[in-house]
Design a protein around this ligand. Structure first.
Ligand code: GNR
Ligand code: NI
Length: 167
């Protein structure tokens, strides 16, 4: 298992749309292992393949305190949404910035497991937010896209400055 490098906003590659997985093989299983390794290493609760420069529709998450509840989804699709809730979000690709975002309070997601078998999961709370945040990444969308253009420009300036200091 390998910790892979995470792309940071405003890297244009974060805007790429990920393609559906057509064959679940060892490459995909290794990708999932590496995504968990990277997510735990960087203390995230979720990760989309786009964030490590792989444009395949795979997301992983673990929202448990003791990091013992691994969830992964291949070709996830949100097939139902219900209600609205606003939560403070952050993103490993937008370091040091947090802002409230309004999303559906409950979602039902359909995806494939490592055997290629379809399953559905109904989620609410933090998990529902994570599922929406991660599936957005697969479509090249970031949580800061929900902010006003002024706020988004502010974040961009801040992160460009941070990048110049750390290069
Ligand atoms: O670590 C993460 N925390 C988080 C907090 C609130 C809403 C969504 C998230 S996901 C984020 C990890 C990440 O960037 N996933 O794409
Ligand atoms: Ni993110």
């Amino acid at each position: 298992m390998t910790v892979r490098a995470i792309l940071h906003f405003p890297d244009p590659r974060l805007r790429n749309k990920a393609l559906p997985v057509t064959e679940i093989n060892d490459e995909i299983r290794t990708l999932i292992d590496d995504m968990f390794e990277t997510m735990y290493h960087d203390r995230g609760v979720g990760l989309a393949a786009n964030q490590i420069n792989v444009f395949k529709r795979v997301i992983v998450m673990d929202h448990s305190e003791d990091r013992s509840e691994q969830l992964y989804f291949i070709n996830p699709e949100i097939i139902a949404k219900e209600g609205l809730v606003t939560m403070e979000e952050g993103c490993l690709s937008v370091p040091t910035y947090y802002a409230p975002v309004q999303r559906a309070a409950k979602v039902t997601v359909r995806a494939l497991d490592k055997q290629g078998k379809p399953f559905e999961l109904a989620a609410d709370g933090y998990l529902a937010i994570c599922i929406q945040h991660e599936t957005d990444h697969l479509d090249g969308k970031l949580f800061i896209d929900y902010l006003s253009p002024l706020k988004r420009a502010m974040v961009q300036k801040k992160l460009e400055k941070l990048r110049r200091r750390t290069l």
